[in-house]
Design a binder for this molecule. Sequence first.
Ligand SMILES: CC(C)(COP(=O)(O)OP(=O)(O)OC[C@H]1O[C@@H](n2cnc3c(N)ncnc32)[C@H](O)[C@@H]1OP(=O)(O)O)[C@@H](O)C(=O)NCCC(=O)NCCS
Length: 191
Amino acid sequence: MTDPEFERVTLQFFGVHAPRPSVAGRSAAQIVHENVLAQKAMVREVAEVEAASFIDQPPWQAGDLQALLDEGTATVVLVRRAERCIGYALTRTIPPEAELLRIAIHPEFQGKGLGKLLLNELIAALRSELVTPVEDLFLEVASSNDSASRLYRRCGFVEVGKRPGYYAHSSEDGIIMQHRLCSGCDHDQPV
Ligand SMILES: CC(C)(COP(=O)(O)OP(=O)(O)OC[C@H]1O[C@@H](n2cnc3c(N)ncnc32)[C@H](O)[C@@H]1OP(=O)(O)O)[C@@H](O)C(=O)NCCC(=O)NCCS
C-alpha cells in the first residue's frame, strides 16, 4: 500500500469471527451491555457506507443487518480511517461454508487497495478459525460489476457457476464464485 493515509486504517471485527472480549474486572451483564451498544453503533455506520456505496442496486437497511446478527451467524468487519468507518464486509458462516454477503468501500476511498486489504484479512480470519473450521467461502456477484469481480479474482476466488437473471432489480446474471480455505487447496492467484 503506497498511500501514507493507510497507516491510519484499522479493521474491527464483530460477530462469529470476532476476537473474544477480555472479561477481566467486568461482569457478564456489563459485557453483554457493551456488546449491544457497540453493535448498534456498528449497524448505523454500516448503513451509512451502504447508502453511499450502492448506487445502482438497493442498499441494505439497518434492520436487515440487525436481523442477520440476531441469527448468530454473521461476521462484520469494519474498515476505519482514524475514527471514521469507510468500508465494511459481511459474511454468514454455517460451517463448513461461509458466504460473503456484502462488501463495500466508501466511494471517496475506492481504488486504493482497501477492498483487497479488507477481503484478505477476512479470509485470514476465516482460515484461522480452529473451533469450527470453514472450508469454503462463496459469493455471488452481478455479471456487470467489474470492480467487484476483479477484486474477488485478485483475492483468489474462481467462478464456479451462474444464476441466470438472478438480480430482480436488473435481471442480471449472478456469477457464483468460490475460495477454498482449507490448507493445501488454495487456488492459484489469477492475474
Ligand atoms: C468492489 C469494491 C468493494 C472494491 O473496493 P476497492 O477498495 O475499490 O478495491 P481495491 O482498490 O482494493 O481494488 C481491488 C482490485 O479491484 C480493481 N478495481 C477497483 N476498482 C475498480 C474499477 N472501478 N474497475 C475495475 N477494477 C477495479 C483494482 O484494480 C484491484 O485490482 P488490481 O490489484 O489488479 O489493480 C468497491 O468498488 C465498492 O465498494 N463498490 C460498490 C459496492 C459493491 O459493488 N460491492 C460488491 C458487491 S456486494
